[in-house]
Design a protein. Structure first.
Lengths: 293, 309
């Protein structure tokens, strides 16, 4: 294999590792925000001042307390500490956001690679299927699927979001492959007689990694918002498990009288999603030279 | 142009086919046996068999899909379990409220988004730019329904400017908060897009020429800059309609807005599957229709699009 071809592929892969990056301000800020919420989720058992599901004795004295010294975020109807619940909620919300993205990305990548590389009938079938799924507003299809799956819960949320969210990556990868197919170093590899599998996985895929990574960052943000939406509609995580979305569903009943029940979980979602967006913007600035001004 | 219109409409056909196939399959996974679902486990087997034959449920899957399509073509979406009347009637009743909200939200998004984007581009790399971009980033990061709650707390509860929720027989005051809520996300995207499109255009030489011949800055920005940068913004607004529809179930639930989204959510709660799937299909059709219109409009404005085909 020619030296130039090999270097072309290697560079695009190596470019994905931190040592090679120039850290943009967006990446630093985004990473810091996410580090904060990530630690919050990982250490929730240590950090939470109370058991998030514990209903205190003498309930009357603890129900719906506004934020104060011993309950920073206040308490809910059953006297449970809201700060502890938000901390535990971080685990589920981030888990769903990240797991869904980790499942969806390989599916989308494979579909996109195949559609883009083989073209023809394979491309039409795969892309018309993608178009059909994308024709449904994602949350609407997710709601309909939840209705079909009968039992809402952690697993159903992950399944439903996976079913509606693979399309973005599939499209992205396909477009990328279509333009790469014409590139010089790919043509060189074809001319050298490399097999299909080798071309697809050793040469096309590595060249798609940068945009995929950016899309994943935005994807997690989108998944967290979708989980919150489903949870808010009562179609997501079910008690006793807590996520930020389900906390909002519980809190909205008291919106006007006890606003803190909604303010804090919502702030947590907004800040986390903001973190992913800032990180994604920063990554894109670094990884996509065309957008650099 | 005519060839472009025909080919673009032709492209929509397989997608439409796929969409109906998805809702059809969902119906079948969901219902398993719709007659059992309707009549319960203790129904007389003979009656069940008769009804199954009547509805064609003893036929193979492709046959049933053909039947389903045949019904769809005449607007028959089946009967609501709960309301005991045609699903199409229920949907038709709820559609206007959703359309009204979506249009109002789009106006909000375009007005706020483009203004913020233009201001940010004109004051590029200043505090104003940073402020506008931070606001738009917040717009795309805030969960739609949570923003709605916070707007209710601020403008309805604390300040008392607008009603907390409800349709109010179409009174304008009731529309303001839901439209702001639903439009915020799109406003954020449009602001970012407007800014980058305008910055791109303002670097062009004809803009320098315009400035050099002494035109007012306002004319340069609006006539030379924006007019040439507006196409990507319009496309984004078209795609954004899909996001508005995504937000509809959430926004309508927060504000008690009697639209399709709330109908969908309520139907899921009631396990009223014909309504769930009917509403889902309708959402997809609106989305496809809107994208078709945007593409055609795009081709009308920009000849390059239709020539590329």
């Amino acid at each position: 294999m020619s030296e130039r071809v090999r270097r072309g592929t290697e560079r695009s892969v190596r470019g994905l590792f931190p040592g090679q990056w120039q850290w943009s301000p967006g990446m630093v800020l985004g990473s810091l925000i996410l580090l904060f919420f990530g630690l919050m989720a990982l250490l929730s058992t240590l950090l939470a001042p109370y058991d998030p599901t514990r209903i205190p004795e003498g309930l009357q004295g603890f129900s719906l307390l506004p934020p104060r010294g011993d309950h920073w975020f206040g308490t809910d109807l059953l006297g449970r500490d809201l700060l502890s619940r938000v901390l535990y909620g971080a685990r589920i919300s981030l888990l769903v956001g990240i797991v869904v993205e980790l499942v969806v990305t390989p599916i989308g990548v494979i579909i996109g690679l195949f559609a883009g590389y083989f073209g023809g009938r394979m491309d039409s079938v795969l892309m018309r299927t993608t178009d059909a799924v994308m024709a449904f507003p994602a949350l609407v299809l997710a709601i309909a699927l939840t209705a079909v799956l009968e039992q809402p819960g952690l697993l159903s949320v992950i399944i439903v979001l996976t079913a509606v969210r693979w399309t973005t990556v599939a499209r992205l990868v396909r477009v990328q492959v279509l333009s790469l197919r014409e590139a010089e170093h790919i043509a060189a590899i074809v001319a050298l007689g490399a097999g299909k599998g080798r071309i697809i996985f050793r040469h096309l895929l590595p060249n798609c990694l940068a945009p995929i990574l950016v899309a994943m960052t935005f994807g997690v943000a989108s998944n967290i918002l979708s989980e919150a939406g489903l949870g808010f509609l009562g179609l997501g995580i079910q008690p006793p498990m807590v996520s930020w979305g389900s906390l909002l569903a519980e809190g909205v009943v008291y919106l006007t009288a006890k606003p803190w029940l909604c303010v804090f979980p919502g702030l947590a979602i907004t800040c986390t999603v903001l973190g992913f967006h800032v990180l994604g913007d920063g990554l894109r600035d670094v990884l996509d030279p065309r957008l650099r001004s | 142009m005519r060839r472009y219109v025909l080919s673009r409409c032709g492209q929509a056909v397989p997608v439409l086919f796929g969409v109906t196939l998805i809702t059809f399959l969902l119906t079948h996974v969901a219902l398993g046996d719709p007659v059992r679902a309707m009549m319960g486990q203790r129904a007389d087997p003979e009656v069940v068999a008769r009804i199954r034959a009547e509805y064609g449920l003893d036929k193979p899957l492709w046959h049933r899909y053909a039947l389903y399509m045949g019904k769809l073509l005449v607007g028959d979406l089946g009967y609501s379990y709960r309301q005991g009347r045609p699903v199409s009637e229920t949907l038709a009743e709820r559609l206007p409220a959703t359309v009204r909200l979506a249009v109002a939200a789009m106006v909000v998004a375009l007005v706020f988004g483009m203004t913020a984007g233009i201001v940010a581009a004109v004051r590029h790399n200043t505090g104003v730019d940073l402020l506008m971009m931070t606001l738009s980033l917040l717009g795309i990061s805030t969960p739609v329904f949570w923003l709605g709650m916070m707007l209710i707390l601020l403008f309805a509860v604390s300040l008392g400017w607008f009603p907390i929720s409800g349709y109010g027989d179409g009174a304008f005051g009731h529309l303001v908060l839901p439209a702001l809520t639903l439009g915020a996300l799109q406003a954020g995207y449009i602001a970012r897009m407007t800014r980058s499109a305008l910055l791109e255009v303002l670097r062009q030489e004809y803009v320098r020429t315009a400035r050099a011949k002494g035109l007012k800055e306002r004319v340069v920005i609006l006539k030379h800059g924006l007019r040439n940068g507006i196409l990507p913004i319009l496309t984004l607004a078209g795609i954004g309609l899909g996001d508005l529809l995504v937000g509809a179930p959430l926004t309508e639930t927060v504000f008690g807005w009697p639209g399709l989204g709330r109908l969908l959510v309520a139907a899921v709660g009631n396990r009223d599957l014909p309504v769930v799937l009917g509403a889902t299909l309708l959402f997809a059709l609106i989305y496809l229709g809107a994208n078709l219109v945007v593409d055609l409009a795009y081709a009308l404005v920009d000849p390059r699009v239709r020539l590329a085909e």
